[in-house]
Ligand binder design. Structure first.
Ligand code: CS2
Length: 515
């Protein structure tokens, strides 16, 4: 058996000389010397399959060499070890259940460097402070922002209070070469802003690419509040600079990116003729809508298919409520029915029915009349994307972190329907599916496709405690004690009645596929 070479610039040149499979799309940027213009916090699979692709294509369209990305990997050095030996190169394998032939493999060269702050905080801070850097972007998931229930910073969080103390030292210049790693992504961000302010204070744009409501402005308020809560003498001056020179445009990001499996690696190797430790996989669709509010220069992402607009809200609301909300329903109800993937879940007539009813009776009506988006067409395209069986996106992956996701994806729908006098029964069923999922996962009695499923959620302990007990009364215990429901919602009898009925209606659905 021949051993394949590992992807790198040199390997790519050799492979290209020998003639590549037409399914491979070469990175135009690979032969360009790029300076670092973007620092990305949270360089997981989503960033590599989304913003890095848009940046690659923008570089290709313009030849602008200012937009190399320094990716920051927060939790472990794995991505650094995958990408650095490959000169930052990796492939995005497109998964589609339409048509035969080799799956398209797009190679990306826009990521030029990767840092793991646990070992190199000073380098990350210095790069964010450098004048050539114009953008800090983030994909750190909902929980990475350490928000309290009211959306403000959770100052009781030990990681955040540690980071505030580091921020105070940074502001007061007590430690100009402080290399102590930050403990939260948002802590690292504010500290890097302080470093940039001290280094001369060039303008900067922070591009938040997580599925939060009103994401950029929300993180902007969070950053302002954190600096405001910092006892350092210079905090007021830093805050004035941030207000004047740092913008936080809102964005809507969309691409379904499941975890990379060994079978994907083998498929990519067959197309490429080299191994790729950094491979990511994604559906063909990708969308990025960005508020046109940049403090300085940016890549020509519009030439890569991004949309710039003055108002992202209609896109963001439609995406979070129609796509992510339905995704969560299918994940929880799907896991309860024993379905391993979202595609299997949406192919189950019972679950398709629940999804369609929620979309038509609650999610779409909650967005109000007169949306500039054709919501029925959007609904159909979302359901079609979910049905793509080639992606293998697992219900368990989407089910993760429900306590963070529910308020953004589902509870706003409930609130808005109640406000116009409607009892949101369909969205209550989705919330009931989550409660039943938590109940079973926390008790250790949930199995999906033969594997036990536990509760993967930053609030797992509190959720497990609230869920423990009989299914009778589960809805009330979760509404009152899970910490997920705003008081106005928990106190609304119409909502409570709807969630109670949802739990009793869905409590038997697992039996249908019990194996
Ligand atoms: C999913 C999202 O895991 C999840 O919660 O709903 O990651 C979803 O796949 C993306 O937002 C699609 O753009």
């Amino acid at each position: 058996m021949t051993t394949l070479p590992r992807l790198s610039r040199a390997t790519l040149a050799t492979l290209a000389d020998a003639g590549l499979d037409p399914a491979v799309r070469l990175p135009a940027s690979a032969t360009t010397a790029l300076s670092t213009g973007i620092v990305h916090l949270g360089i997981g699979a989503f960033h590599r399959a989304h913003q890095a692709v848009f940046t690659e294509r923008a570089i290709e369209a313009t030849g602008d060499d200012r937009w190399g990305i320094l990716g920051v990997t927060q939790r472990s050095a794995t991505v650094r070890d995958q990408l650095l030996p490959q000169d930052g190169l990796y492939g995005v394998l497109e998964l589609s259940d339409r048509g035969g032939g080799a799956p398209p493999l797009e190679l990306i060269g826009s990521i030029r460097d990767v840092a793991y702050p646990a070992e190199e905080t000073a380098r990350v801070l210095a790069t964010i402070a450098a004048p050539a850097t114009h953008i800090v972007s983030l994909t750190v998931t909902e929980k990475g922002y350490r928000r309290a229930a009211d959306g403000g910073p959770d100052l009781a969080d030990p990681a955040l209070s540690f980071d505030l103390a580091v921020l105070a030292r940074e502001i007061d210049r007590a430690a100009t070469d402080d290399d102590e790693p930050s403990r939260s992504a948002v802590g690292l961000l504010v500290r890097a802003l302080a470093r940039r302010w001290r280094a001369g204070g060039d303008a900067l744009t922070v591009v938040v690419c997580d599925n939060l409501m009103d994401n950029g402005p929300q993180v902007e308020r969070l950053v302002h509040a954190l600096v405001g809560a910092c006892p350092a003498a210079g905090a007021g001056e830093l805050l004035d600079w941030i207000r004047a020179r740092v913008t936080f445009p809102a964005t809507m990001v969309d691409r379904i990116v499941p975890a990379t499996a060994d079978a994907h690696r083998r498929a990519a190797e067959r197309v490429l003729g080299a191994t790729d430790a950094g491979l990511v996989v994604a559906e063909p669709f990708r969308q990025w809508v960005i508020e046109d509010r940049f403090a300085g220069p940016r890549p020509a992402w519009e030439l890569a298919g991004a949309t710039f607009t003055s108002d992202v809200a209609p896109y963001e609301h439609a995406k979070l409520r129609l796509l992510n909300g339905t995704h969560s329903l299918l994940a929880y109800a799907g896991a309860l029915r024993g379905h391993a993937t979202i595609a299997e879940a949406v192919a189950d007539p019972l679950l398709y029915g629940l999804a369609r009813t929620m979309l038509d009776e609650d999610s779409i009506p909650s967005l109000g009349a007169g949306s500039e988006i054709d919501l029925e067409a959007y609904r159909d395209s979302v359901l079609e994307r979910f049905a793509n069986a080639a992606i293998g996106h697992t219900t368990v992956q989407v089910a993760m972190d429900g306590s963070q996701k529910l308020p953004i994806r589902l509870l706003g729908i409930a609130r808005d329907r109640l406000a116009v006098g409607q009892a949101p029964e369909a969205v209550a069923r989705a919330v009931a599916a989550w409660m039943l999922f938590v109940h079973a996962a926390a008790a250790g009695s949930l199995e999906v496709a033969g594997s036990p499923v536990g509760l993967d959620d930053p609030a797992a302990q509190a959720l497990g405690q609230a869920a423990a007990g009989s299914i009778d009364g589960l809805a009330d215990r979760m509404l009152d004690r899970s910490g997920v429901f705003p008081a106005a919602l928990a106190g609304d009898d119409r909502w409570r009645t709807a969630v109670r009925s949802g739990v009793s209606e869905l409590s038997g659905i697992g039996a249908a596929t019990a194996r």
